[in-house]
Design a protein around this ligand. Structure first.
Ligand SMILES: NC(=O)c1ccc[n+]([C@@H]2O[C@H](COP(=O)([O-])OP(=O)(O)OC[C@H]3O[C@@H](n4cnc5c(N)ncnc54)[C@H](O)[C@@H]3O)[C@@H](O)[C@H]2O)c1
Length: 262
């Protein structure tokens, strides 16, 4: 048993910034060979270049996780560069603040598409690659504490993250026989650009009156006394990408400093 991820070929989607970037950098420092994938190709390439300049191994590719052909191309680029695929992090996601009665069909479809359908396609295409390699492999999906509790005014976002937890459980049941581990991480309040958008959303909806108020309110009860930094997700990512977690599957693990106790 080892928690080393040395030489593992790992894709992280949404790795052009935020949590995905931190996860990818943490894995690269631990010796993994990374594919930095993002809908923003410039940011994906810039993170990959920076990893390489620090002595790591990485390629940067454009992907839209909702587009199956694009996901397939990302996996093919990974296999070409690193020889195989060992671990897939389905991390890309979007958020939107909208009061319950104001959520439109368009809002629902946009958030559910990226966060739900994007994870479904990511799991499907990674599993096909793993099986073609002879089985084994790991998938780690980014859910949220909003995948454990429904938050107003983030009802559709919460529904999409419950969907990630459900897909994680169903896929673990479907592919355990192929020795494929499928788990999820549920971050809490993480200081990234996404939370800046959420904070602004609360203010725009008239739910808070000043910048950072929603962020501070959500962080107030955290047992460990501070909001999360993106780097707080590195340790769990290394564990779930390593053989140390070979007997863990179907789990959605909360890493929130103590907000949601389940
Ligand atoms: N920030 C938090 O507090 C928090 C908490 C719980 C869960 N999460 C989840 O963690 C993940 C990362 O969040 P973050 O805070 O780093 O967000 P972020 O907005 O800072 O970064 C998300 C990245 O995903 C990329 N992306 C968006 N849509 C994409 C698509 N269709 N295809 C490929 N890439 C796409 C963006 O370009 C961006 O680089 C998301 O799934 C989010 O829902 C975040």
């Amino acid at each position: 048993m080892s928690i080393s991820t040395k030489d593992r070929s790992i894709i992280v989607t949404g790795a052009g910034r935020g949590i995905g970037e931190s996860i990818a950098r943490g894995l690269a420092v631990a010796g993994a060979r990374l594919t930095i994938a993002d809908i923003n190709e410039d940011s994906a390439r810039s993170v990959a270049d920076s990893i390489v300049s620090e002595g790591g191994t990485a390629i940067g590719v454009a992907v839209d996780v909702v587009d199956r052909a694009s996901v397939r191309a990302m996996i093919e680029a990974t296999v070409t560069a690193h020889g195989r695929l060992d671990v897939m992090f389905n991390n890309a996601g979007i958020a939107q603040v909208r009061q319950f009665l104001d959520i439109t069909e368009d809002d629902w479809h946009r958030v559910m598409d990226v966060n739900g359908l994007g994870v479904l396609i990511g799991i499907q295409e990674a599993v096909k690659q793993f099986i073609s390699q002879g089985g084994g492999g790991k998938i780690v999906n980014t859910a949220s504490i909003a995948g454990k509790q429904g938050y107003e005014p983030l009802a559709h976002y919460s529904a999409s993250k419950f969907a990630v937890v459900a897909l994680t459980q169903a896929a673990a049941r479907a592919f355990g026989a192929h020795k494929i581990n499928i788990n999820a991480i549920c971050p809490g309040v993480v200081a990234t650009d996404m939370w800046k958008l959420i904070d602004k959303g609360f203010k725009d909806e008239g739910l808070t009156s000043r910048e950072n108020e929603a962020f501070e309110n959500f962080s107030a009860g955290i047992l460990l006394g501070r909001p999360s930094a993106a780097d707080d997700l590195i340790g769990i990512s290394q564990f779930l990408a390593s053989s140390g977690s070979d007997y863990v599957t179907g789990q959605s693990i909360v890493v929130d400093g103590g907000m949601v106790l389940v």
